[in-house]
Design a binder for this molecule. Sequence first.
Ligand SMILES: Cc1cc2nc3c(=O)[nH]c(=O)nc-3n(C[C@H](O)[C@H](O)[C@H](O)COP(=O)(O)OP(=O)(O)OC[C@H]3O[C@@H](n4cnc5c(N)ncnc54)[C@H](O)[C@@H]3O)c2cc1C
Length: 392
Amino acid sequence: MNVITDIEPPSAEQEQERLVLASVDRFLERHVRPVAMKLEHDDEYPAEIVERMKELGLFGAVIGAEYGGLGLRPSTYVRIIERIAAVWMSVSGIINSHLIMARIVERMGTPAQKQAFLPRFASGELRGGLALTEPDCGTDLQAIRTTARRVGDDYIVNGTKTWISNGIEGGCFALLVKTDPTAEPRHKGMSMLLAEKGPGFRVGRKLEKLGYKGIDSAELVFEDYRVPADRLIGGVEGRGMMCAISGLELGRVNVAARGVGIAQAALDEAVRYSQQRRTFGKPICEHQAVALKLGDMATRVTAARLLTENAARALDRDERSDYEAGMAKLFATEAALENATEAMRIFGGYGYSKEFVVERLYRDAPLLVIGEGTNEMQRLLIARRLIERNRI
Ligand SMILES: Cc1cc2nc3c(=O)[nH]c(=O)nc-3n(C[C@H](O)[C@H](O)[C@H](O)COP(=O)(O)OP(=O)(O)OC[C@H]3O[C@@H](n4cnc5c(N)ncnc54)[C@H](O)[C@@H]3O)c2cc1C
């Protein structure tokens, strides 16, 4: 066997992935890392970074090339998100819910909706997110109270959404509503609209957060807001939960990838610092209590990455992936939380200082165990699928 000639050349897809990841790495080192700390502490929206992301095509990362997107596979997308989150997690949130909205339109929308919206989403000209959560419900989405009543060629929307990422800077949202509030089962009365900002649709307030700063999280208020009926995603009422579920599959692997990024960044910080900091005559990495932490942290990152890639590959194959994505999201986000905490301990008092990155990782990580379905719900969902796959 000739080892040299038997090595297959990279496929066009692998070559595209290599080029995309290299340009993301350059963008992060030149334009994000130098400003992340300041923008985060000032809670300032990264407008210049967003312009660069448009140039890179990131707002169309997983949108099909026929609509002007990059058409990347989910397995490439998670590698991009891991890299971004390791430098500044907030930046990954700017594209996450935007691309969930785009995925819902691409998979569930009418041909006219795809033509009208996807090219604008892909270029970043029209950006936005996903509006599911309300003040009284997040996990139990079928309890939403926002209604859309059909009047002639319009829907009239009333209600309040909260915690909506990109709520202030975004212009368009995939909005979960009740078109039939009395329907049983409840999901049959739920639909999703593409809601562009306009009269009757206003930002209630910006929400203050522990971490994940820079990106805007907002309350959105709808008061007799009129949406043309042709903005009903898919053109048929009653598909709102299906739309949400199809978008959240991508959201879950995005959050898992953010977990890997945070867990890796915490490990990198700890590996570096533990070799510089000396106590009792030696670097702290040579004390067994610290070394045990580093060993566990590195193992968690690797396991989290493998689970995330496994889930993303299921999405690449267009397979139902809630079991795999649930495991990846659960494990990778708990890994982020544990690694961020361990890094803070390894840094001692400096871990508590705003001059070091570890303090930000510690504040960013908890969001991941809540968003895109809490980890309690992921455990329940994994168990449900497990039983379904192994019925006796
Ligand atoms: C920074 C940030 C950004 C966000 N961005 C968005 C966004 O862009 N769009 C959007 O729509 N939402 C967004 N959210 C909302 C987020 O998705 C919800 O907070 C999340 O779904 C949980 O809902 P909840 O907060 O209402 O908690 P609840 O549903 O009230 O849950 C509270 C607790 O009860 C547990 N629980 C609930 N039901 C069960 C059950 N059946 N079994 C076991 N345990 C249960 C939960 O796991 C949790 O621990 C965001 C939230 C934050 C903090």
